[in-house]
Design a protein around this ligand. Structure first.
Ligand SMILES: Cc1cc2nc3c(=O)[nH]c(=O)nc-3n(C[C@H](O)[C@H](O)[C@H](O)COP(=O)(O)O)c2cc1C
Length: 200
């Protein structure tokens, strides 16, 4: 009887020790969010900063902000999540942002391995008019991501975060900045779930 009690004690102690070692050995992975944007007059850049600020609110997240033309192969392939922002140009993404997506293959060689596969993707846009193509712009960004088998999420709005910048608008207002932050937070939160789920 005494021997049994000693055995149970030893096994329990050993199991507890193993659990503590396992916790110590597997810290939560850092989530890497890349925010890439084009901007000439500063509106989309402000939204990009809002997305970064929101992502950084999620513990364990590192967020980097870059203009689309400055994104390197390593920036792209080492990121766990990518959020792309564009001004609306003629109801669609700006040519610079389209070139960025085209360069995934022409410069970085994303196919045939599908190197962006299972990374989280999201979009944001700014446009001068209330109904001038912001949703179409976000959807065309998301379509490029879907073509690369990324995991597309929204946040801040139905298709991403957006802002109306001309007419009576003060550029980016507080509510639009809140939407941008909310998108960044959601991207970081979803990415954490995906990354945990894919860890062996
Ligand atoms: C060439 C060009 C085309 C544009 N086309 C549209 C458009 O179709 N719809 C719209 O709502 N705004 C349009 N705009 C306005 C911009 O989308 C808007 O000012 C945007 O906020 C600019 O972003 P930025 O400050 O980051 O450069 C256009 C602007 C330019 C320069």
């Amino acid at each position: 009887m005494r021997l049994n009690t000693a055995c149970v004690f030893l096994v329990t102690w050993f199991w507890l020790a193993l659990t503590v070692v396992a916790w110590g050995a597997e810290p939560s992975p850092v989530i890497k969010v890349l925010v890439a944007y084009h901007s000439v007059t500063g509106n989309t850049e402000k939204m990009a900063q809002g997305v970064v600020d929101g992502a950084r609110e999620v513990p364990g997240t590192s967020a980097v902000i870059k203009r689309v033309g400055q994104v390197t192969r390593d920036d792209l392939f080492s990121a766990d999540a990518l959020v792309v922002g564009s001004p609306v140009y003629w109801s669609n993404m700006a040519g610079e942002v389209k070139t960025f997506f085209d360069d995934w293959q022409r410069k970085f060689g994303v196919f045939p391995e599908l190197k962006m596969r299972d990374k989280v993707g999201a979009a944001f846009a700014t446009g001068g008019q209330v109904s001038g193509g912001k949703e179409l712009t976000m959807l065309s960004i998301l379509a490029a991501m879907l073509g690369n088998q990324m995991i597309v999420v929204s946040g801040g709005g139905a298709f991403g975060a957006s802002a109306t910048t001309e007419g009576g608008s003060p550029g980016i207002d507080d509510a639009e900045l809140v939407a941008a932050k909310s998108l960044g937070r959601r991207v970081a939160e979803v990415t954490r779930v995906v990354k945990r789920g894919t860890q062996k």
